[in-house]
Ligand binder design. Structure first.
Ligand SMILES: [Zn+2]
Ligand SMILES: [Zn+2]
Length: 359
């Protein structure tokens, strides 16, 4: 719970019609509708009108009860929208530019304090007083906390990135989860990928995005996924299907189900980037001697930094245009039918993303 500022330091924004948030109350319960007729913006805050939000796999896991979440919560952490109001003294993009009303933006999942030891050490995504869009219990003066809403109240400490007008919303909305996480995972490999064999486990949107980013950096990319449909989709993201090539120098484990295989098969001197293990799973036995003798690096990525988000948007707006990112969004539902959208997203063989639009 953040400290409530004296009201005099806040900019009141009245919304007519009221902003609408769809609030999740617990497993098996329909979403509740909450009307928010106004927000109070602190310095550095911004209010964004949502253009499109997409439903991430973790939203589906929450709704199924596979992961715990405080309630009541406004789910959704993948959105693109337009700034309609800014707190006193202005707000800034992650690159340091002045944010303006009318800017089309995407924003980080995380809100960081900017002053604690972890923020100071460059790991603001693990801030000691971290808040996350789509993950927090709604609270007084911060109700519009997730993407399943007509508006999102961005707090100071959010990494905000301007989004090019020419990019489709379906390409931009997932940037703040899948694309930025994929960018962080590929960067964590920490090496020149030109001509390097990169294997990606899991062809969900993080895996596909990582594959496209690595392929664009010159890597030969193979993908392992049990779904034939997803493997075929991966071919359109720069992946060599059924390629018979040497042990991978880099393995990006984006499924959470192949950690042991990833460590086992990585080449001598290689790096395993674990990014898919974001749900409880049995521990994996580790042969330390084998890791030592093969000079293997194992590293984890969770959330991402503001510069990763900025780079991810830069990729989507540039060389990423060569890949069919927009095609991953299947049906788009109105916010009023967010329950139907969640059911669609949870269906077997669902498209990678289902969209939600305010109206
Ligand atoms: Zn997500
Ligand atoms: Zn901090």
């Amino acid at each position: 719970m953040r400290t409530l500022l004296p009201h005099a330091e806040l900019r009141d924004v009245v919304l007519r019609p009221a902003a609408i948030a769809r609030v999740w109350l617990g497993v098996g319960m329909p979403l509740e509708t909450v009307a928010v007729p106004g927000v109070a913006l602190a310095a550095g805050d911004a209010l964004v009108a949502v253009e499109l939000s997409t439903i991430c796999g973790s939203d589906v896991h929450t709704v199924r009860g596979d992961r715990s979440s405080p309630v009541p919560v406004v789910l959704g952490h993948e959105s693109v929208g337009r700034v309609i109001a800014i707190g006193e003294g202005g707000a800034h993009t992650v690159e340091g530019g002045e944010l303006r009303v009318g800017d089309r933006v995407v924003w980080s999942v995380t809100v960081s304090c900017g002053t604690c030891d972890r923020c100071a050490a460059g790991t603001a995504q693990k801030c000691r007083s971290l808040a996350k869009y789509g993950h927090e219990r709604i609270e007084p003066r911060w109700e519009l906390t997730g993407g399943f809403a007509s508006h999102v109240h961005l707090r100071r400490g959010t990494s905000i990135v301007r989004a090019p007008e020419s990019l489709p919303a379906a390409v931009l909305a997932p940037a703040s989860c899948a694309t930025a996480t994929a960018w962080a995972a590929v960067a964590r490999a920490g090496r020149d990928l030109d001509g390097v064999h990169v294997r990606v486990y899991g062809a969900g949107l993080v895996g596909l995005s990582a594959a496209a980013i690595a392929a664009d950096l010159g890597a030969r990319v193979t993908v392992v996924d049990p779904s034939e449909q997803r493997r075929r989709l991966a071919e359109r993201f720069g992946v060599e299907a059924d390629a018979d090539i040497e042990s991978p120098k880099v393995v990006i484990e984006a499924s959470g189900h192949a950690v042991a295989q990833a460590i086992d098969e990585v080449d001598v001197g290689g790096t395993v980037v674990l990014v898919g293990s974001v749900f409880p799973a049995p521990p994996v036995a580790l042969d330390a001697e084998d890791i030592v003798r093969r000079l293997v690096t194992i590293t984890g990525v969770h959330n991402y930094s503001g510069s990763d988000l900025s780079a991810a948007v830069g990729f989507l707006a540039g060389r990423g245009r060569a890949y069919p990112f927009g095609d991953v969004v299947g049906a788009v539902h109105p916010l009023a039918d967010a329950d139907g959208a969640l059911a669609d997203a949870a269906a077997p063989d669902a498209p990678l993303r289902i969209g939600l639009v305010p109206r």
